[in-house]
Every structure is written in structure tokens, then in C-alpha cells.
Design a protein. Structure first.
Length: 165
């Protein structure tokens, strides 16, 4: 149990650091609402090391803390919707053995953007925002690719999670 708590604390701290670094860059390649999402790599690593509860905990804690420290209540709402949908989709995809870590990450990146778009449509009550969906899906694929490659490399270099977890 102590090892699990240490993993959760360490990966949450790393996710917070990555969130801070990303907050220094307002937009990825000038596209509104698009960020690389490096902090999501910590949730993905937790998904493979500990499982869904660990990944969910790291993701939610990171979103809430980062929102209060580097964002706003609106950024928490958008990010939380994206993070929850992303973890659910990545958990499902990781159970299918034909998806690699990178493939799971790409699915999660697209799901994250869909979750954020759904919140935006709800908050501004404008279905025309769905016209932005192709841009968000493409950016989710590309950023998911980068995050997935990073996460796969991290997982290769980490020892397996202890059996006591």
C-alpha cells in the first residue's frame, strides 16, 4: 500500500510540473485550445503501472490543482471533462491487446478534445462549435502520438510495479 501511495504522489507531482511548463506556452502552434498535453503522459504511465484507479486519481488531482494554480474554474471544467473521458477511453483501449501504448494515447487525445468540446457546446449553448471537431481530432491524434511515444519510452525504462500494489 505504501508503494502505491508513493507512485501516486510521485506521478502527480511530475504531472503538476509538466502542467506548469505547459502553462508557460499559451497555445500550441497558434491553434486556440490546443496544448501538447505532456502531463497526460503521467496518467498513461499510471494506467499501465497501477491501473485505472491510479490513472484516474493522478489525472483528476492534476487537473484540479493545475486549474487552481495556473488556470481558472472554466479551465478546470474543460480539462476535467476531457480528462475523465480520456481515461475511460484509454482504459477500454488498453484492455484490447492490439493497441500499443501510443495507440491508446492517440485515442485518449481525441477523447480528451471531444470531452472539452462537449463542455464548450454545453456552456455556450452553440452547436456550431462542432465545426471545430476535425481540427480537434487531428490535434488529438498528433499530440496523442507525442504523448504516447513519450509514455512508451518511460514505461520501457521503469521497473514493473511491485506485486504489492
Amino acid at each position: 500500500m505504501k508503494a502505491k501511495t508513493a507512485y501516486l504522489g510521485m506521478f502527480t507531482a511530475l504531472a503538476m510540473i509538466l502542467s506548469y511548463v505547459e502553462s508557460l506556452f499559451p497555445a500550441f502552434y497558434g491553434i486556440p485550445g490546443v496544448k501538447l498535453g505532456l502531463a497526460n503522459s503521467m496518467s498513461l504511465v499510471m494506467l499501465y503501472l497501477i491501473g485505472v484507479p491510479g490513472a484516474f486519481a493522478v489525472s483528476v488531482i492534476r487537473v484540479v490543482l493545475s486549474g487552481f494554480l495556473f488556470g481558472s474554474l472554466f479551465s478546470i471544467a474543460y480539462s476535467l471533462a476531457g480528462a475523465v473521458l480520456s481515461i475511460v477511453i484509454m482504459a477500454l483501449m488498453s484492455r484490447m491487446r492490439f493497441f500499443s501504448v501510443t495507440g491508446v494515447s492517440m485515442c485518449g487525445g481525441m477523447a480528451h478534445n471531444i470531452g472539452q468540446l462537449l463542455v464548450a457546446v454545453f456552456l455556450v449553448d452553440n452547436l456550431n462549435l462542432f465545426y471545430y471537431l476535425p481540427v480537434l481530432l487531428l490535434s488529438g491524434l498528433l499530440t496523442g502520438l507525442v504523448v504516447g511515444l513519450l509514455s512508451a519510452e518511460i514505461l520501457k525504462r521503469l521497473p514493473d510495479a511491485p506485486d504489492s500494489l
